[in-house]
Design a protein around this ligand. Structure first.
Ligand SMILES: Cc1cc2nc3c(=O)[nH]c(=O)nc-3n(C[C@H](O)[C@H](O)[C@H](O)COP(=O)(O)OP(=O)(O)OC[C@H]3O[C@@H](n4cnc5c(N)ncnc54)[C@H](O)[C@@H]3O)c2cc1C
Length: 476
């Protein structure tokens, strides 16, 4: 069990990173104490901002010796409270934000080595400057960091084509709980040498080691892109359209996002400069993107033909194809501003869930019935990465509803939603992770053998339990 640091240890930790790289005043530490959703507020005696892997290693050696708990902190955009210290005031926060260099871009190898504190947007820019693509894309990319993306195994809007963060990693540099450095920054596509150790740290939410740098896969930069906003009557038609698009365009189908009409209405209402370009007012919208590195692919023609065919078969009701980059960006803004619009609208209950793609319509129908029964003060705003089987099954407070009684419905609704997903072969966390928010429920629902293996790994890599205690795994 970790214990509070004494004054001597705090002094040693400050010396390990040097002046200008630590904060201990009330105002200085405050920005590190609350999670993005404001679900948790913690306390800490010290925030450290190391600038090198050696400094991180020095910090961990001291924490290991003194059994001081360390909470790694990236861009603080995660939805599960993983980067927030607890209220005891005994955990130190380790921010990776100053470890933010691009160490190497190897365009011929389609790879780059980048430090954990680089924002995702900076990583995308570095790849673009080398005429390459780093394909992870999230609404929070301006603030979220590569270390946070790795530690939550982030997904986003291009998983259908490129996979999740785990699929984009070639190698990692990690500081272990005792301060040893795992130098694993290989940039190889083929490396069959024993266990895939790096994979353990992806999605571990800082509980097994501190990621300091990563070797990431790059891809050819897209030279042709076609974007469309499509109106449909039912999520079942979304599946029909996805299947025919995959037949027509194969791997060029990059994004396939589903939105209910209410999400579109809230976004138009609350976000400046957002408009709904479709006239028919269908109950569901799809945002579809095809992309290719080949400029001669004529994706707009291909997408137009596929949508005309779908309209003729009664699968879609309405569609608008983007004829400029500005139009495509406006369509994406409509999709990506949904969480912000929901925040402006009022309180919401959030569920980041996944099921097999084929079960998406059932999840929506049966989930809506649960909301009707268990949280009647709410409206369902279930949107997201339908092409990956992942919906943010959110429920927004109805206008004028009492916020307290609405929020009080949360725990009961959440359990019912988890039961529903389980019955459909789904997951209680599709892409946001477990953090503190879902640790108890995860312990209750995970396969017991899988959970035991996770505890064994935790004990092996962090025997004193100093790395992000209380996140992912409940203490046994
Ligand atoms: C508007 C918005 C849209 C979003 N859209 C998506 C989406 O489409 N898909 C998706 O997957 N997520 C999405 N998210 C959630 C979030 O952005 C991601 O989970 C992101 O990957 C978190 O990165 P971060 O740097 O902010 O991590 P943080 O929130 O700082 O930390 C997340 C976890 O990782 C740990 N951690 C951070 N850095 C390190 C490190 N270097 N080493 C070890 N552990 C570390 C922390 O302790 C914590 O447990 C969205 C969030 C917002 C606000």
């Amino acid at each position: 069990m970790a214990r509070p640091p004494d004054l001597k240890t705090l002094g040693e930790l400050k010396a390990a990173v040097g002046s200008g790289s630590w904060l201990d005043s009330r105002d200085g530490v405050e920005p590190f104490l609350t999670d993005f959703r404001k679900l948790y507020h913690g306390a800490t005696p010290l925030v450290l901002l190391p600038r090198s892997v050696d400094e991180v290693a020095r910090v961990l050696r001291i924490c290991d010796r003194e059994e001081v708990a360390v909470v790694p902190h990236g861009g603080n955009t995660s939805y599960c409270g993983g980067a927030t210290p607890d209220a005891s005031g005994s955990q130190i926060v380790l921010s990776l934000s100053k470890l933010n260099r691009v160490r190497q871009i190897d365009a011929a190898n389609y790879s780059m080595i980048i430090e954990a504190g680089c924002t995702l947007a900076a990583a995308q820019t570095a790849a673009r400057d080398a005429q390459r693509l780093f394909p992870l894309s999230l609404g929070s990319e301006g603030s979220a960091q590569i270390g946070g993306n790795l530690s939550t195994n982030a997904g986003g809007t291009a998983v259908l084509r490129y996979g999740m963060m785990r699929d984009l990693v070639l190698g990692l540099e990690v500081v272990l709980a005792d301060g040893r450095v795992l130098h694993g920054l290989k940039s190889l596509r083929k490396d069959n040498t024993g266990y895939d150790v790096k994979s353990l740290f992806v999605g571990a939410e800082g509980t097994l080691g501190i990621i300091t740098a990563a070797s990431l896969k790059l891809f050819p930069a897209p030279a042709d892109t076609a974007t469309a906003l499509v109106g449909i009557d039912s999520p079942r038609h979304a599946l029909d359209l996805l299947a025919s698009l995959r037949t027509a365009a194969g791997d060029h189908v990059t994004s396939f996002e589903l939105m209910p009409r209410l999400a579109v209405q809230l976004t138009v209402k609350h976000i400046t400069g957002v408009a709904d370009p479709l006239a028919q007012g269908t109950p569901w919208y799809l945002l579809i993107e095809l992309s290719s590195p080949n400029a001669q692919q004529a994706l707009l023609t291909l997408l137009t033909a596929a949508l005309e065919d779908a309209a003729a078969r009664g699968i879609i009701v309405d569609a608008m194809l983007a004829s400029s980059i500005a139009q495509s960006q406006a369509m994406w803004k409509l999709r990506e501003a949904i969480p912000e619009a929901q925040r402006h609208h009022g309180a919401s209950l959030k569920h980041d869930v996944s099921v097999p793609v084929s079960a998406i319509p059932t999840l929506i129908e049966e989930g809506a019935a649960l909301v009707h029964r268990l949280a009647p003060e709410g409206d369902v705003v279930s949107y997201g990465h339908a092409g990956d089987g992942n919906l943010h099954f959110n429920v927004s407070q109805k206008p004028g509803a009492d916020i307290k009684s609405f929020m009080a419905r949360g725990p009961m609704l959440e359990l019912a939603m988890f039961d529903l997903e389980e019955s459909l072969g789904g997951s209680i966390s599709a892409e946001h992770g477990i953090g503190r928010l879902k640790a108890a429920e995860f312990a209750r629902r995970a396969d017991p053998v899988e959970l035991a293996v996770m505890h064994d790994l935790k004990r092996a890599l962090d025997p004193k339990g100093i790395l992000n205690p209380g996140k992912v795994l409940c203490v046994r």
